[in-house]
Write a protein that binds this ligand. Structure first.
Ligand code: FAD
Length: 425
């Protein structure tokens, strides 16, 4: 089919990528009566980060990660020293431009926090409302989550964290004694302290959540097509989508392709300096949770979430190339740490690795490309894509409709990174 030729996709809005961001947007547009064409090379939420995340609705994470304190102390978190951050030496040259922007962003955290907070703070309520609307409220559990510290400095660390949370307006309360007693401490000592964050939540299966949103979109008239999108092209006031070798012209397109969004946007002059910030998970069946909520083991950067029929433990920030094979040492270390913490990790789960799509300032990219062609994007949701899927979808549905978004979306415009030519991977 040639560009511009009429086809069944003609008046549709194409969404490229059926991770949780694309699925939530498909639902938000379809419920407004828009004709949606959702495209992914794989079944919804199977190929990207949306399949394997921690399931935490992290409404407490109001601050973007880059800040002066992280610049001073990140080295302590490197895997080299037993931490969760891996910056492999063979990636230093490729990562240098991204890291330079990260350093710049560290000095803008104060300015960037209100923008991120406006999206994140209402996220659990927004997800709850969306799930009620699609009649799947059971997918979200609103028991909050817990952070635990072990060892002689545990109480001081918990107190410092509570003070910092309070300064941001995030509610915390001491974790219950039964939880502190249930966790195994190093050397069997009873030094444990913890906080409960009552306003967060978790989903019982991240993939099911995305599939439920996509299903609601399909019921409202959206169409799903399994295809690889090779290229997007401006066609006057329309957009050409070349998928599986065929070009179709659509009324508008939204790029939601996770860490692989950069080349799809370049043609429109939109810079998306995304990097793959990879995380791992292991699952444990037939293991009861310590409590019915995610538990963050803070020193180890491991979060253990009760999911349907199993526990899922996630960890690591590995700045490896997207698509590189998983590092078996990380999976083995995660398994060993979980066993130390008292979890039963006997099941031979092979482990999973996925790429968080992360921009150097840890704000998402939400907006419209400059120019006549109606090309939009919802990318770069870093550690918060599950949390932000519904709030971002509401912003994007407004931008696509040409009405004012529910919050100031200007800080999320990708043109903040200059031009596509000056941005880099
Ligand atoms: C270990 C781990 C734990 C996490 N924990 C949490 C958490 O607890 N809470 C939270 O809020 N967030 C969490 N996240 C982050 C969250 O998972 C991501 O931000 C989110 O899944 C990103 O969604 P996405 O739809 O943008 O990308 P993805 O889920 O990666 O989806 C992108 C989709 O685009 C498709 N695609 C790409 N290119 C093309 C193309 N050319 N043609 C066709 N299809 C294409 C891919 O096949 C894929 O399905 C975690 C991430 C990881 C890795």
């Amino acid at each position: 089919m040639s560009p511009g030729q009429n086809d069944t996709a003609g008046e549709r809005i194409a969404i490229i990528g059926a991770g949780v961001i694309g699925c939530a947007l498909a639902w938000a547009l379809a419920r407004e009566g828009r004709r949606v064409l959702l495209i992914d090379r794989a079944e919804p939420a199977t190929a990207g980060a949306s399949f394997g995340n921690a399931g935490h609705i992290a409404c407490e994470q109001l601050e973007p990660l880059p800040c002066p304190a992280v610049l001073r102390t990140f080295w302590r978190e490197l895997t080299l020293f037993g931490g969760a951050v891996d910056l492999p030496v063979h990636r230093w040259v490729a990562l240098a431009p991204w890291l330079a922007r990260f350093v710049q962003a560290a000095f803008r955290q104060g300015r960037n926090t209100p923008a991120l907070a406006a999206l994140v703070a209402p996220a659990a309520d927004a997800l709850e409302a969306a799930l009620r609307e699609i009649a799947r409220p059971e997918l979200l559990v609103r028991h909050g989550h817990y952070a635990l510290w072990l060892g002689p400095h545990a109480a001081a660390r918990a107190a410092r964290t509570a003070t910092a949370a309070h300064a941001l307006g995030v509610r915390t309360e001491p974790a219950p004694r039964e939880l502190l007693q249930a966790v195994r401490t190093p050397g069997g000592t009873r030094d444990a302290a913890g906080l409960h964050y009552p306003d967060s939540g978790h989903v019982i299966d991240p993939r099911q959540l995305a599939v439920a949103l996509a299903g609601a979109a399909l019921q409202a008239g959206a169409v799903f097509r399994q295809a690889e999108v090779q290229e997007l092209t401006p066609l006057g006031a329309r957009v050409g989508v070349r998928a599986n070798g065929q070009m179709v012209s659509v009324a508008a397109a939204v790029v939601c392709a996770g860490v692989q969004s950069t080349p799809l946007l370049a043609r429109f002059g939109v810079p998306a300096p995304l990097t793959a910030e990879r995380g791992y998970h292991l699952e444990m069946a037939n293991t009861p949770p310590l409590i019915d909520a995610p538990v963050l083991h803070a020193e180890h950067n491991i979060i253990v979430t009760p999911m349907q029929g199993r526990l899922r433990a996630t960890s690591y920030l590995e700045f490896e190339r997207h698509g590189a094979p998983p590092d078996p040492r990380k999976i083995a270390r995660l398994r060993a740490r979980l066993t130390e913490l008292g979890y039963t990790c006997a099941m031979p789960h092979a482990g999973w690795v996925g790429s968080r799509p992360t921009l150097p300032d840890y704000l998402p990219g939400l907006g419209r490309a400059p120019g006549e062609a109606p090309l939009f994007y919802a990318v770069g949701h870093q550690h918060l894509g599950l949390t932000l899927a519904v709030p971002s979808a509401h912003v994007m549905a407004a931008l696509v409709a040409g009405r004012p978004p529910p919050l100031d979306a200007r800080p999320f415009d990708l043109m903040r990174f200059g031009t596509a030519r000056t941005a880099h991977r």
